[in-house]
Structures are given as structure tokens and as C-alpha cells.
Design a protein around this ligand. Structure first.
Ligand SMILES: [Zn+2]
Length: 166
């Protein structure tokens, strides 16, 4: 990988070099990015192969990373939605063999699943996102209300004054 000095030199060439020098600088930056990407992929693979998950949440996240290839930081969803999301992954792989995943997350209390999907898989994602609007964020039971943005069942609603920390 380029060190800081090399990087600055290449940046100067990119700005003020001859056309050949600019091409060379571009190629150097591209090669550098490829190497960084490769390192990240190796680090992730190492985590997938060697990390021993301890909590139930970690086990679920680890399994999802292993299965879908997403970065660990992009693999977790609220606890109550895990079952529904795993079912979604089943469905997607059933209808789209070439599907790729990039992120699972919640946004404004709703499920978001990003990746490249065909039409049937996209429809499955939309259905899961709709379903999760009505699944308690904490336990997956039928949501009857919202706590801030998050759907909540009776036990986990603001009325009970209870919001679990996890
Ligand atoms: Zn609940």
C-alpha cells in the first residue's frame, strides 16, 4: 500500500502531471483501493472463520454475515425482527440465486435491506419491510403501538414505561 508521501506525490501528479503521469497516478490509486478492499475482505473472512460468538445476538449476526457476505457492522437488525429477516434471506435465495446483500438495518423504526435483487426478491424485501412495521422491535410479537419510531407490543410499549436496554 502507498504510504503518505507516495500518496501526496501521486496526488500532485494527478493534478499537474503530464497525461502519462496522470494515468500512472490513477492506476496507482486504483491498485491501492483494490488492495485495501482485499484486506478488508480477508479481515472479514478471518472473523467469519475464527470468531466464536457468545451471546444469542452475536450468534445470529455471525450466521447472517456467513450466509450473506455482508460486513459484520451491517448485519444486525432489532432483536424482534431476526426471525422475519432470516426468513426473508431464505426467500430471496429461493427466488434469486445471484442476489447479493450489502446491508441490513433499521431506519426510523422500519426494516431496510439493501443489495442487488431481481424483481421477485425486491418484492420479498418490500413485504418483509411491511411486516416488520407490525413486529415488536424487542420481542417480535404483534406490535400494537410505536415507541418513538419503533413498533412495540403491549409489554414493550411506552404505556408500561418499560424500555429494555440491550
Ligand atoms: Zn415486545
Amino acid at each position: 500500500m502507498m504510504n503518505m508521501d507516495e500518496r501526496m506525490a501521486m496526488r500532485d501528479l494527478l493534478a499537474e502531471g503530464t497525461p502519462e503521469q496522470k494515468e500512472r497516478a490513477k492506476a496507482a490509486f486504483r491498485a491501492d483501493m483494490d488492495e485495501q478492499r482485499k484486506r478488508q475482505e480477508e479481515a472479514q473472512q478471518h472473523w467469519v472463520d475464527n470468531y466464536v460468538p457468545e451471546t444469542e445476538e452475536e450468534k445470529i449476526t455471525h450466521a447472517r454475515v456467513k450466509r450473506t457476505g455482508v460486513h459484520p457492522a451491517n448485519a444486525s437488525v432489532p432483536r424482534g425482527w431476526n426471525t422475519r429477516v432470516d426468513k426473508l434471506v431464505d426467500t430471496i435465495y429461493n427466488v434469486d440465486e445471484t442476489a447479493t446483500f450489502s446491508q441490513f438495518k433499521s431506519k426510523f423504526g422500519g426494516l431496510r435491506v439493501y443489495g442487488t435483487f431481481n424483481k421477485a426478491a425486491t418484492e420479498a424485501v418490500r413485504q418483509a419491510e411491511l411486516d416488520c412495521e407490525f413486529l415488536c422491535w424487542w420481542c417480535g410479537a404483534l406490535a400494537t403501538t410505536k415507541w418513538n419510531y419503533e413498533p412495540a407490543c403491549v409489554d414493550h410499549s411506552s404505556q408500561s414505561g418499560f424500555r429494555p436496554k440491550w
